[in-house]
Design a protein around this ligand. Structure first.
Ligand SMILES: CCCCCCC/C=C/C(=O)SCCNC(=O)CCNC(=O)[C@H](O)C(C)(C)COP(=O)(O)OP(=O)(O)OC[C@H]1O[C@@H](n2cnc3c(N)ncnc32)[C@H](O)[C@@H]1OP(=O)(O)O
Ligand SMILES: Cc1cc2nc3c(=O)[nH]c(=O)nc-3n(C[C@H](O)[C@H](O)[C@H](O)COP(=O)(O)OP(=O)(O)OC[C@H]3O[C@@H](n4cnc5c(N)ncnc54)[C@H](O)[C@@H]3O)c2cc1C
Length: 669
């Protein structure tokens, strides 16, 4: 941890304005500034401050309360903001080299303001990206072709029909001039060489008009992220120079011969898709950031909003209600656990990229690639779904005020939604993780480990399968070691059951394809989810129990770890009983009561816990989520800023003069 005394907290993290939230802030068991410094460190806090204050002082980023922007205008504004982000160029190369985690924080800070310019910016930056993969989940089935013409030294790109069109591509709707297009490569000998990516110009850079042979356009309004122009494209004999093949997986010689350092077709396919792991890691963090936004709003609101009370003339904050605590505080615990996990996953990814950059060809590098793929293929589903459920819960937890667009919960929910789909549909991706786990079954009897140690739990597979739930009281369950042990059992059990189920399906004569499909629900899918929850919990448990954590912060961090573990585990209670890990009434009851007790213990810390990660008011942009807690003043302030709030409607005569004659249009037949 940083040496706290030498840091001027005041300059880094100014106090919040006085107001109704002070009551809870005073009750907190820890100092929120000390926690913020522990979690992020001084350097990152300074970076965040730099980005947040640049956006706040820039007229281009001014909010327009009470104003409805058309989609066209919003897209234009998003583009201008994206350009401005390039002008700010928040990080130098040197800073990135010294601490790659800064890129991660920079992206999330911008996204906290609005995901549309953030994603647009990211997509423009991602030089090695996979922008135009789209065929849907089945990437192997992409039907766009790239045929090499050795006479002209060009590739010819073709879309066979409408169904094969590229669709959904970010930035392509209105303004992208170049795209990275995935296509099936054919060499002049007619041989099919598999999926490869190519840089294709789609619009003229001076006029923004399409290049001949390219049909490109905007796909229309979406549920969220409408500042982004998602587009479609079709290619009809579009010729690109030979150099435009991005030779990640293979290359073609001038004579038209195919060459690749990766001989195995399957391996080439994995290499071609390897870059998706970075996108999935970022989306894991994007979703976790949405949790931060939604919870900052809902918890501050709940600490101030009063309803009912023990007597007729005393109303209490809704946060005092057990139900409200149980609805929100587990998500708060999840935010802390996932925040830690995201940083650790990013570090894993950095190691992977370092290996790629230094052209590592070791077995370890290959194993890292597989493990990262398995991790982010499950962490994206876990985090995006958690954020999706949390955003809805937070919306409802703020009652009617949560439904007012100005309070931003709808926007958070809608902008988070595609995290469940893009860069791989969540349900499809979970199959990748369970495939990986199942692949370890054959070496269960020999010593093995994975580079990041996430599958090392399987070393004790046989032993763990004999474990039982042993806690004897609620108090016994108040540490995350209890849910962690249960998770280890759960992963081993679901692995065994999935493997058995697959064997049975095959023995009964089903094809590999059918057998695998019939093992998903209740087996492989649950296995992938349990595995990633266990991994997140293991990492967070280890962190919160580290003796280096200051004693002033450790109790609250341990409570968060225990709550996250028990609450996540409680969704698997049926399987714990079904498989014999738990038995009798007590086990379930202890877990439930421990969850409630932890919620109760954390409720006085809840406001301080969101103060640690909430962005400044300007960025959060939610009257009910403001740091001063002046709920009603903030709402009224915003309502009255609407340009037409007090106006008579332009159609007032339709109401007052052209009155309806009841039944005038009734059918006379
Ligand atoms: C703010 C953040 C950014 C927002 C970005 C928004 C823009 C959005 C962009 C996009 O959406 S881009 C389009 C993304 N599309 C997808 O993600 C498609 C999803 N489908 C797939 O990835 C693949 O088709 C699949 C489902 C993973 C593979 O299916 P398939 O059944 O055909 O192959 P397998 O036999 O399972 O795999 C073969 C082999 O390859 C390995 N592998 C697959 N992917 C990867 C990878 N990314 N990294 C490493 N390895 C990979 C897989 O594990 C298999 O290996 P083995 O088991 O044989 O060892
Ligand atoms: C906002 C947004 C932006 C996007 N941006 C881009 C972009 O920039 N570039 C790009 O290339 N793509 C982009 N995409 C496309 C995205 O990658 C795909 O939508 C995604 O990969 C899912 O594919 P799909 O839409 O074809 O769904 P489908 O594959 O048609 O899936 C439909 C349903 O079928 C289920 N399903 C499919 N296969 C299986 C199976 N084997 N087993 C069980 N269930 C299955 C899925 O779970 C899903 O519920 C974007 C999408 C969105 C929403």
């Amino acid at each position: 941890p940083a040496p706290f005394k030498s840091i001027s907290w005041e300059s880094l993290l100014p106090d919040f304005p006085k107001g109704p939230l002070c009551k809870y802030r005073k009750k907190a068991s820890f100092n929120w500034k000390e926690m913020a410094v522990l979690l992020d460190g001084k350097d990152i806090i300074q970076l965040k401050n730099r980005i947040f204050s640049a956006l706040e002082s820039d007229p281009l980023f001014v909010h327009h309360p009470g104003e409805e922007l058309s989609r066209e205008k919003y897209q234009e504004l998003t583009f201008l903001r994206c350009k401005r982000l390039f002008e700010y160029d928040f990080l130098t190369q040197q800073e990135i080299i010294e601490n790659p985690l800064k890129i991660f924080h920079m992206v999330l800070c911008i996204g906290m303001y609005d995901w549309s310019p953030c994603i647009q910016y990211l997509l423009h930056c991602a030089v090695s990206t996979h922008l135009v993969i789209r065929h849907g989940s089945n990437t192997k089935g992409i039907r766009t072709t790239a045929t090499f013409d050795h006479n002209t030294q060009e590739f010819i790109i073709n879309t066979p029909d409408f169904e094969a069109a590229k669709f959904w591509i970010g930035n392509m709707g209105k303004h992208a001039t170049h795209a990275v297009v995935y296509a099936q490569l054919y060499t002049p000998d007619g041989q099919y060489q598999g999926l490869h990516s190519f840089l294709v110009q789609i619009r003229d850079i001076k006029t923004l008009l399409p290049i001949p042979g390219v049909v490109v356009g905007d796909i229309g309004k979406k549920i969220g992220q409408n500042g982004l122009d998602n587009g479609f494209a079709m290619f009809h004999n579009v010729r690109i120079p030979k150099e435009n093949i991005l030779n990640i997986a293979g290359d073609v010689t001038a004579e038209g011969k195919y060459s690749s350092s990766v001989k195995d077709v399957k391996e080439r396919f994995s290499a071609a898709l390897g870059s998706l792991s970075s996108g999935r890691t970022v989306i894991t963090a994007v979703s976790m950031t949405n949790l931060k936004l939604a919870l900052s709003i809902a918890i501050r609101f709940s600490a101030v909003r009063c309803q009912f009370g023990p007597t007729d003339d005393e109303e209490i904050p809704v946060l005092e209600y057990q139900t409200q605590q149980w609805r929100l505080l587990p998500y708060l615990a999840a935010t802390y656990a996932l925040d830690y996990f995201c940083k650790s996953l990013f570090e894993n990814l950095t190691e992977f990229y370092l290996g790629l950059l230094t052209k590592q060809r070791s077995q370890r590098q290959a194993d890292i690639g597989r493990e990262i793929h398995a991790l982010c293929a499950a962490s994206k589903p876990l985090t995006s779904w958690t954020a999706q459920q949390a955003a809805q819960e937070c919306r409802e937890a703020c009652g009617g005020h949560g439904y007012l667009a100005m309070n931003r919960l709808g926007e958070i929910r809608n902008d988070n939604d595609p995290n469940c789909t893009y860069e791989g549909d969540n349900n499809v991706l979970l199959q990748q993780t369970s495939n990986y786990l199942m692949s370890w079954m054959h070496c269960i009897r020999v010593p093995f480990e994975s580079p990041f140690g996430t599958i090392n739990v399987l070393q004790d597979y046989h032993h763990i399968l004999d474990w039982k739930f042993t806690a004897m009281s609620v108090e016994d369950c108040m540490d995350s070691s209890v849910p962690l042990a249960a998770y280890k059992w759960l992963v081993c059990y679901l692995l065994r059951e999935s493997d058995l189920k697959l064997s049975k399906e095959k023995q009964s004569g089903r094809s590999d394809f059918e057998a695998k499909n019939n093992c998903q629900v209740y087996y492989c899918r649950s296995l992938a989810i349990a595995f990633i929850e266990q991994t997140v919990l293991q990492r967070y448990h280890d962190y919160t129990h580290d003796p280096d954590i200051p004693s002033t912060l450790q109790p609250v961090l341990k409570n968060l770890s225990a709550l996250y573990g028990l609450w996540s585990l409680s969704k698997h209670l049926a399987v714990l009983y079904q498989g014999g890990y738990a038995s009798g009434e007590q086990a379930g009851r202890f877990i439930q009561n421990a969850i409630l007790e932890l919620c109760y213990r954390l409720k006085d810390d809840a406001v301080a816990l969101v103060d640690v990660f909430a962005p400044p008011d300007f960025i959060l942009n939610s009257p009910i989520g403001k740091a001063n807690g002046e709920l009603y003043k903030n709402i009224w302030g915003e309502v009255l800023q609407g340009s037409k709030t007090l106006n008579r409607p332009s159609w007032w005569t339709e109401f007052c003069i052209n009155r309806p004659v009841a039944g005038r249009l009734k059918s006379k037949l």
